[in-house]
Design a protein around this ligand. Structure first.
Ligand code: ADP
Length: 508
């Protein structure tokens, strides 16, 4: 058995904080790394030790492999947890960590390598008998071949980057005439994002659902799945609201998809936490989309319905222990939903809203969990993902979870930047969403045409209240009036009594 009593977390924000929380519960010491922009960040304050990496740009800080490994060695950490993003799916980094005599908390580099190349992954899945979306078997050599493949499977098709991720290098192509410019655009976008311009084609499925399975494997040959997450609510092909179980799921479909997910993990020699993503068409046929070889942003919805701590499991597996349960022990309880709170403007195509989070108050109470990487006064910068936090709720059933999410969203207070909170509220109230009958085109088809229904972040009264609170905080640095101000801002609509209170406060 390998021993871990100190872990370096090669990440920032909410995921670094989330990993540290489990480490602390397990009596494992934590080492944070940070960039110039993150000197006082939450994850730095949370860690037992923290080390400076470099300037704000990720390429000069969180992607500095050798520096990170050096720091881990100096700090006496036995393992490195990469979180998600940055170095999480970089097999060369995992190899370096291992070569330095430390444990990479994630899958073997070889599994990452296979699954990191989407065409290699599709090929592996096909051989393992897992259904894949129809498309080209290998990257395309030129536009002519692209048109040929597209004609053979039928338009519309989707051009995708072989090294893809984050929706980059993806283009829908509806006809042969559009292919040339789309091919150029997709491949140059892929080149600049991944340093790899190879693209391939998939049939563009009409109105599919994105349903993924959480898998877990240990070093002793045990592989299980922890059921599904429904991730069809997306903007720019990227998830924003997730839930488990999926409203579409039946016990039979779950058994079939779960079996395929386990097969997929076995086919690449997987160990630790991973996710098999599927697209499901209107006839409930499912197709392998890709595997994410890391802990996902949306892992908490699974944690809430299966009652497990996935980071704890990751650490157990990394120490060489067998999974402490079998497939038959996995039971779903209730319903969980996650809303990602991004500093983005839903009125303006979800453009990042950069700036200082002047004030932040998280919701609380029964069945509510907030995984946050930001506190009041922190800056949302252009350097990193503009996520503020993840709000996760658990209810006895889907309807209760939706009502609970609405209540929690209403309690949320974020001043200073625009957020996705009004969007999430709109979705929770939307009949289509509530019925469970929606697909990955929900945002363009349902939301964008009804932008005017979006409630404003704050009422005018609340803006006054917020402004007064900030003025007090800045001028007096006193806690008491601020807490009063915030309390007043928490009630809507603001009553005449409260407004008078505000005016008095402002005069003070
Ligand atoms: P990335 O790795 O860049 O995030 P994915 O392959 O995971 O890309 O796809 C992201 C999203 O794009 C999916 O959840 C889905 O909404 C859409 N998508 C991807 N492939 C297809 C396809 N063949 N047909 C329809 N939609 C697709």
């Amino acid at each position: 058995m390998k021993h871990i009593n100190k872990v370096l977390i090669a990440n920032r924000g909410e995921i670094a904080v989330r990993i540290m929380r489990t480490c602390r519960e397990m009596g494992i010491e934590t080492v944070a790394v940070y960039s110039e922009a993150d000197r006082t960040a939450y994850h730095v304050r949370m860690a037992d030790e923290a080390y400076y990496l470099g300037p704000p740009a990720a390429s000069e800080s969180y992607l500095q492999q050798d520096r990170i490994i050096d720091i881990a060695k100096r700090a006496g950490a036995q393992a490195i947890h990469p979180g998600y993003g940055f170095l999480a799916e970089n097999p060369a980094f995992a190899e370096k960590v291992n070569a330095a005599g430390m444990i990479f908390i994630g899958p073997p580099p070889e599994a990452m390598r296979i699954m990191g190349d989407k065409t290699a992954a599709r090929d592996t899945m096909k051989k393992a008998g897992v259904p894949i979306v129809p498309g080209s078997p290998a990257p395309l050599s030129d536009v002519r071949e692209a048109v040929q493949v597209a004609r053979s499977i039928g338009f519309p098709v989707l051009l995708k980057a072989a090294a893809g991720g984050g929706g980059k290098g993806m283009r829908v192509v509806s006809s042969a005439e559009e292919m040339e410019s789309a091919f150029r655009a997709a491949s140059s976008e892929a080149q600049s994002a991944f340093g790899d311009g190879r693209v391939y084609i998939e049939k563009y499925l009409q109105g599919p659902r994105h349903i993924e399975f959480q898998v877990f494997a240990d070093e002793h040959g045990n592989v299980v799945h922890l059921c599904e997450r429904e991730c069809s609510i997306q903007r720019r092909h990227q998830k924003i609201i997730e839930e488990s179980p999926s409203p579409l799921m039946t016990p039979e479909l779950r058994a079939q998809m779960g079996e395929a997910a386990v097969k997929a993990a076995q086919a690449c020699g997987y160990v630790n936490a991973g996710t098999i993503e599927f697209l499901v068409d209107q006839d409930r046929h499912f197709y392998f989309l890709e595997m994410n070889t890391r802990l996902q942003v949306e892992h908490p919805v699974t944690e809430m319905v299966v009652g497990m701590d996935l980071v704890r499991l990751q650490l157990h597996v990394a120490m060489g222990q067998p999974l402490p349960f079998t497939q038959d022990d996995v039971r779903l309880q209730g319903h969980a939903i996650e809303c990602r709170v991004y500093a983005e403007d839903p009125r303006n195509n979800f453009l990042p809203s950069i700036g200082k989070v002047e004030f932040l108050q998280n919701p609380d109470g029964p069945g509510v969990r907030v995984d946050s990487g930001v506190t009041s006064g922190d800056e949302i910068s252009l350097y990193y993902d503009p996520m503020i936090a993840k709000l996760i709720v658990h209810g006895e059933n889907r309807l209760q979870a939706i009502e609970r999410m609405l209540r929690a969203l209403e309690e949320y207070r974020v001043f200073g930047v625009k957020t996705t909170i009004p969007f999430c509220t709109w979705v929770m109230r939307n009949d289509r969403f509530r019925s469970g009958d929606f697909d990955t085109h929900f945002v363009p088809n349902e939301f964008l045409p009804r932008l005017d229904e979006l409630s404003s972040d704050l009422t005018e009264d609340e803006k006054i209240a917020a402004a007064a609170a900030m003025a007090f905080f800045q001028e007096n640095g006193q806690a008491a009036p601020v807490s009063q101000a915030v309390q007043a801002a928490n009630h809507r609509p603001a009553s005449a009594w409260r407004l008078r209170g505000w005016k008095q406060l402002q005069r003070l």
